[in-house]
Design a protein around this ligand. Structure first.
Ligand code: NAD
Length: 250
């Protein structure tokens, strides 16, 4: 570790899940103070405790990214507790597997609300604080499904992630004059997290399609996020970084 993010404050949504937890730990290990936003507060508290046990600075926040009021309140607490906000990681997500013809409208709306509108709301609420930072960063966790149209995942999930990649480009253009960058990380299929419950046969077929021969680890995604948050990535904006073992080369 290089303490590359010493003095920075980060808010990570969905931070109690597999990837969000790894991102939070990795940012904290580089010296960032982190706020872990979650609907599952117990999971966020577990990760925050682990960070503090390792000597880092972390708080857990109850937060539904699909609620405008909830997001505003959570960002306010994060800024107050951490003394500002430099890095926002839009990571919270849902991935139901219903086939296209079976998706109820309510489920479609909820997936879009969490995966896409959530990133919009969090980015909007974080914006005044990111503008004040000398190192403002938005990092959106998209998906290979937003690049290709997912095979195993639902249409709502793929559409939300494609939308996120589009939103990311708008954020990049809009925020560039303030020195704030916006980038996506697009993971391929991972070992854990929302794919952990998938049928073994489906996971094995997906694994065979990966040129590097394995599914992803949360640490693969976390390392990409740390890089995009760092000063080394200061001239990268509007990009989507594929972290997928070579499955898709855009
Ligand atoms: N696991 C994969 O294979 C994979 C692949 C590509 C992209 N991703 C993306 O990575 C991100 C993290 O996924 P994961 O695999 O860690 O899944 P996960 O299910 O382990 O974690 C997602 C977390 O988001 C939280 N969450 C759900 N709705 C929320 C809301 N409304 N407000 C706040 N938090 C909420 C959940 O409680 C959960 O802890 C997601 O955006 C997902 O789409 C995952």
């Amino acid at each position: 570790m290089t303490n590359a993010l010493s003095g920075r404050a980060a808010l990570i949504t969905g931070a109690g899940g597999e990837i969000g937890r790894a991102i939070s730990l990795a940012l904290a290990a580089e010296g960032a103070a982190v706020a872990l936003g979650e609907v599952n507060l117990a999971a966020a508290e577990g990760a925050a405790t682990e960070i503090r046990d390792r000597g880092g600075r972390a708080i857990a926040l109850a937060m539904d990214v699909a609620s405008a009021e909830g997001v505003t309140a959570a960002v306010r607490v994060a800024v107050t507790e951490l003394g500002g906000l430099d890095i926002l990681v839009n990571n919270a997500g849902l991935c139901p597997l219903n086939r296209f013809e079976d998706i109820p409208l309510g489920e479609w709306n909820r997936v879009l609300a969490v995966n896409l509108t959530g990133a919009f709301l969090c980015s909007q609420a974080a914006l005044p604080h990111l503008k004040q930072s000398k190192h403002g960063r938005i990092i959106n966790i998209a998906s290979i499904a937003g690049r290709t149209g997912g095979i195993a995942v639902g249409a709502h999930y793929s559409a939300s992630k494609a939308g996120l990649i589009g939103l990311n480009k708008v954020l990049a253009r809009t925020l560039a004059p303030f020195g704030v960058t916006a980038n996506c990380v697009a993971p391929g299929t991972m070992e854990g997290g929302m794919t952990a419950s998938w049928a073994q046969e489906v996971r094995e077929n997906l694994r065979r399609s990966v040129p590097l021969g394995r599914l992803g680890q949360a640490s693969d995604v976390a390392a990409a996020v740390v890089y995009l948050a760092s000063d080394a990535a200061a001239w990268i904006t509007g990009a989507t970084l594929d972290v997928n073992g070579g499955t898709v080369m855009a």
